[in-house]
Ligand binder design. Sequence first.
Ligand SMILES: [Zn+2]
Length: 399
Amino acid sequence: MRYLSIVFLSLTTVFVLSYCTGLNKDVQSVHMQAITIDTHCDTPMKFINKGFDIGAEHQAPSSRVDLPRMEKGGLDAIFFAVFTSQRERIEKNYDKAYTISHAMIDSTENALLQYADKAEIATEVEDVYRLSKDGKRAIYLGMENGFPLAKDISRVEEFYKRGIRYITLAHTKNNDICDSSTDKKGPEHNGLSSFGKDVVSEMNRLGMLIDVSHISDKAFYDVLELSNKPVIASHSSVRAICEHARNMSDDMIKALAKNEGVIQICILGAYIEEEDTTTMNFIKRKELRVKYNNFKYANDEERKQAWAEWDQINTDYPPVLPTIAQAVDHIDHVVDLVGIDYVGIGSDFDGGGGLADCQDVADFPKITSELLKRGYTKDDINKIWGGNFLRVFKAVEEI
Ligand SMILES: [Zn+2]
């Protein structure tokens, strides 16, 4: 009886989803049976900046992730990034980054407490299987940029104990751990610093995922040499298709596959195709960057104002974004290069991610539709949507 009601419920879900999204039943059934994970979004910033309600349904482009849309999009799990942008490395800024990181974790926990029947903070691989059986979403925590660690190695364990399961070692600028792929000043440590080497070893010891997105090519190779576990790129795309320092070269992807790691394709426009710098959206965003001194805010009020203006630009001059088909070209490239076992998806939603036809997490079944159209099997799709990442996560958490 219980089995029959589960079958009935699953069929009903498939039917409702097919009806809502206009996708055919085969797509929905393949998508719904897969354990689906998006390994990077920046939604916690919304809790801090705008008092965001994760249980209410919002609209893109100002919001791309919430619990109702995760359910609609059949998304079982997501990594919320506790993100701090890289500031000048002085005591005051280290303290601020550290305080904000804890505040983001607190506010994520508080936000989810209200919706305990719909989602939970997850810390282990097993959690996603357990929660998905109950029809609940798994919210994992990652840290984007190791700046809040300051130069204190004990903070790696401190944040691990608070639930952080990956650290993206750097962001857009060099920090104390390693060089960034996009720091205009160029390399400072020639890869990983000596503190960075300690961080990698400590993360290995604790069973934490090392995230190589954003870090310089040399830092990436240093990490691979040092780490005794596979690593992830939580949100990076393919440089052979879109020439961008944030993306990974074929050599890097081959090295990552040899390490048994995984590249989670980032569906942010500028990483999927090279950006058209003549559009109004690009010009206005560039003006905003200048107005706010490259987003170095004087205070929180100014930060809020800049975010509101950023959203307004995207509303007034909608960006011409690449498509799901172009993003799947990146997946194809990785599969052709190293096979099916080393690729997944990390949206970067609420941090710049979004495609013309994939505006939020509710649109994820459309990616499955494109994969099916290209001949990927159900097993392939299970690997892309979560299996590959979970393999790495499992290998890392087993210490
Ligand atoms: Zn990022």
